[in-house]
Each structure stands twice: as C-alpha cells, then as structure tokens.
Design a binder for this molecule. Structure first.
Ligand code: FBP
Length: 401
C-alpha cells in the first residue's frame, strides 16, 4: 500500500526546527490570530527571506530559511503561482476561519450551538446570540465583502446567493460550519469553500439571475478549493489545481504554516467510513460491497476497519491521510458547496469523488442546495466500490440522529 507523502516534519533537515517550535514560540511576541488581512499580497520585494528547496521534495516544495512557510508566503509566489487577487481573497478567507476556530473552541458557544435567538432580554438592545452556523456565515460574508475580490457568495446558510460586488473577480461557494450538530461534544467541525471566476459574459443579466448562474458553475471550473478542520489542530487544506497542500494554524503567531506541500492519498486504504446504522436502508450493491471488504474478501485481501465521525471534513481529512473511502450514500450532502470543493481536493490528491456512478466534477448543478450521494476516496477503493453499481441509497426517511 502506498503511504501518504512525506510531511515537512518528517524531513530530517527540518525536524530539529520543528522540535524547537515550542521554545521559539515562547520567545516570539504573541501575535493575535485576529491580525487583519492585508489588502494586497505582501511577500514580494525586499522583505523576502531566502528560500531553500527541500531535497527530494516536489518542485513546489519550498521552505524559508527558518523552516516555516506561511500560507500567504506560499501562495504569494513562494510555493505556487496564483493571481494576486486570489492571494488577497485567500488571506481574507483564512482570517475568517481563524475567527471561526476561536468561536468553536470558546467556552461561550454551547448556547450558540443549540438555539436560535436565546438570551436577549425583551427590550434589550443586545443582539440575541445566534447559532454557530449563522455566526460563522456572517464571519465569512463579512471577510469576503472586505476583500473587494468577490462578486457573489453562495452559502449553505442562505436560501439564495448574495451579490457582493459587480467587479469582484471571484465567486465563493461555502459551507461555513459543517458538522455543527456535534459541537457540544467537541467533535471536530469544518469550513468548506470553493472559488470560481466570475462569469463576465453574465454581467448584463439581472442581479438575482447572474448571482444564481455564477454559483451553479460545474465543479470542473473551480480555480481553488479548501477546507478548514477545527480539531486538536486547526488544519487548512487547499488546492489551486496543481496538487493539494495542508497548513496548520500556529496559535502563537496566528499563521497557517505549511505542513504538507503535496498530499497524495494512498491508492488503496483499509478503512471505510459510513453511517452503517443505515445498513438496512442501503441498496443491495452497497451492502455487498461493505460485507465484502469487512471480511477481507475484496480486491484488497485484508479486513477493513470502520471509522465514522459524522463530520464530513473530519472524515474526509482522515481519508486523505490514510486512504480508503468516506461516504454518505443517501441524498444528504450538497453538490455546490460540499461535494464539488471536496472532490476537487481529493482529485488533486490523486483520489476520486463520485456520486456512486458519475464523477462529481462532471455534474452540472441545477439547484443551489441540490443534494446527492457522495463517495470520496482512494482510486482503487473507489473503482471497486463503483463496480458494485448499485450503491446509492434511494430510501431516505430522514433520521433523527
Ligand atoms: O446523518 P448522516 O447521513 O450520517 O450525515 C452526516 C453528515 O451530515 C453532516 O453533519 C452535514 O449535515 P448538515 O449539512 O445537514 O449539517 C456532515 O458533517 C456529516 O458527514
């Protein structure tokens, strides 16, 4: 079985530097996570530190001489070549996600997690606390507005896309906080986003119409996508269409630090991830597939293990690291802002995203909140799964938990 690619930490030349991270962090003045995004990329010019190439790593793998590359350094031409406007946008998205990371870890979020509009006394000027999903949505929207780079945002939390600016070059689709139903138990949650170019040929249409059509672009047109996993570490995973990278939030400086410049999902894993309490609602093909791999009777002659967090970003992140397949076979997850960005990431890591029959990125969305079965994972596992043909769960009674 092919293993996940080497992380920066595993590279001998950098290991010592990472091991001194804690002591260095204590020496540095603590910079708040809330340092505001810059309005333009700030990594070119005389302020650049010298760059060393990591031996044995891919051409896009660079580290600065202190052994650390921040997200903004990386996308600001130190590791990957993306447009300046996209760097600015990403800077604003990371800022929003750092705020969400703080929010989900806050001792004051338990009431936000559960209820809407609680806590404000009648007649009070104070805004009633809102559920975390809504607050996260507001945080992202406000960051996108401030970036000056976004024409329209389509979010799980809004019925219709929100038009932001006529000359914003990008379209952002997002699930601001996935998995929030688990928040009271401190189970990981995540933010998902996808970035398209604004379709200039639609500029003359009425706002509502162009907002919707820009948001319903096929996943094959994504220029970038990412997720942020809020867990024991806060991890940002991105793709710009040439590989997949991860960055880990350094709480001492507030920077996302490059920790894996090139994730490759193993071609085959030994883990399946699904809510198998639904076994008796599954179609025959899916039951047979799971029964087979559980017993080690599939193409890979070892018994599979199950892992299911019930938090999409966390289940996917583990699958990217260890291989295997993560799935939700019923019509539950959304094409536009969940399946498309995550499939783009998985494909760029060498895996596959499918609805059980078709490549996700080949589907043309017809509705903003369109749901579908979703299967993401290692190439060989996905091919084997799809060969069972009948894996989409048609019975979908709605489940209480
Ligand atoms: O109930 P199921 O089918 O196991 O679905 C669990 C999935 O639903 C999610 O919680 C998302 O659901 P929502 O978008 O409705 O919050 C995912 O994080 C998780 O993977």
């Amino acid at each position: 079985m092919q293993s996940a690619s080497t992380t920066l930490y595993q590279l001998p030349s950098l290991r010592g530097k990472f091991q001194t991270l804690l002591s260095k962090a204590q020496l540095f003045p603590v910079r708040s996570c809330f340092c505001r995004p810059r309005t333009r990329p700030s990594v070119s010019g005389s302020g650049m530190r010298s760059v060393i190439a990591l031996s044995g790593s891919s051409s896009s793998s660079y580290a600065v001489d202190d052994g650390f590359v921040t997200l903004i350094e990386y996308v600001g031409k130190r590791g990957i070549n993306v447009e300046d406007g996209l760097v600015v946008l990403l800077d604003h998205i990371q800022y929003a996600c750092k705020r969400i990371a703080t929010l989900v870890a806050s001792p004051f979020n338990s009431s936000l997690g559960k209820q809407e509009g609680i806590g404000a006394a009648s007649g009070s000027d104070r805004d009633a606390p809102k559920p975390l999903d809504i607050v996260s949505n507001e945080i992202i929207l406000s960051s996108l507005q401030k970036s000056g780079k976004v024409a329209v945002m389509a979010s799980e939390e809004n019925d219709a896309p929100i038009w932001i600016s006529d000359d914003g070059p990008y379209v952002v689709v997002t699930d601001p906080l996935d998995g929030s139903r688990n928040i009271d138990a401190s189970i990981p949650t995540g933010t998902i986003f996808g970035i398209y170019k604004r379709l200039e040929e639609l500029d003359d249409l009425p706002t509502e119409e162009k907002a919707m059509l820009n948001s319903l672009q096929s996943g094959s047109r994504l220029v970038a996508a990412g997720y942020v996993l809020y867990s024991s570490a806060t991890i940002l995973c991105t793709t710009f269409g040439s590989g997949t990278q991860t960055f880990t939030l350094d709480h001492s400086t507030g920077d996302f630090i490059l920790t894996n410049p090139s994730i490759e999902i193993p071609r085959r894993g030994q883990i399946y991830s699904v809510n198998d309490a639904r076994y008796f609602d599954w179609p025959e093909g899916l039951r047979r597939y799971i029964d087979t791999i559980r017993q080690g009777k599939g193409k890979y002659p070892k018994k599979y293990s199950a892992r299911y967090i019930c938090s999409l970003v966390a289940d996917l992140h583990r699958t990217l690291m260890y291989g295997g397949v993560a799935m939700n076979p019923r019509d539950h997850l959304r094409l536009v802002y969940e399946a498309n960005p995550l499939s783009f990431i998985v494909e760029q890591a060498g895996g596959r995203g499918s609805d059980g029959k078709n490549r996700i990125l080949s589907l043309q969305p017809v509705k903003l909140h369109q749901r579908l079965p979703l299967f993401l994972g290692s190439l060989e596992d996905m091919e084997e799964l799809e060969s069972y043909d009948d894996v989409q769960q048609r019975v979908n009674p709605g489940y209480e938990v």
